[in-house]
Design a protein. Sequence first.
Length: 208
Amino acid sequence: MGLSIKNAEVERMARDTARRRGVSLTEALRQLLAEEEARIAAAREAQIVGINPSIHSGQVDAAAAQNGAAAETDQKSAWIKEAAGDRYDELEINMLQFAGIVTDDRRGVAETMAPLFGLPPSELDTYPHACIGSVEEIAESIRERRERWDVSYVVFQGDCREVLGLVLRGAGRNDEARAALEQALARYEAKGDLPSIARARERLAALG
């Protein structure tokens, strides 16, 4: 099947997608069009819209991580804004967090994690779906996401609930912090993750 792409940006995205997902250029374009159609339908009809990576393999792998990069998210956001039209200001836009690490060595952790994402370390500074850094840096990165992509709220899943608890504690919202840490503790206990259990209990005790 022949393929002719007139838009240079669409061609770039299709070629990048084909490389990351290991599919033909035609298949990559088909997948991109299907994803855009889903976002357009959501923007036109839904009240709540999530801007998140496409997970074609069923796992959060390097291809999914790359699909969630800042430039890709800019394009997704633009599609939603165009499709929503006058409804855009009424939408609730959310983003999932797949990874969260509280550290004073943001650069060092980014350099370690970047190969897992298939991205350069510098890309993790603005990566929408992972929080890395001190509590203050993470809080600032969330504010930046709200401004750049009009995000109404960020969804912290799984182990990221502990990071959410620390951010809330830093903001003085101790009751909400306690709830998030208790959820993280329950998850660690279900997994039998003893070091994380001890850490979460210590942080809960610090809240009083």
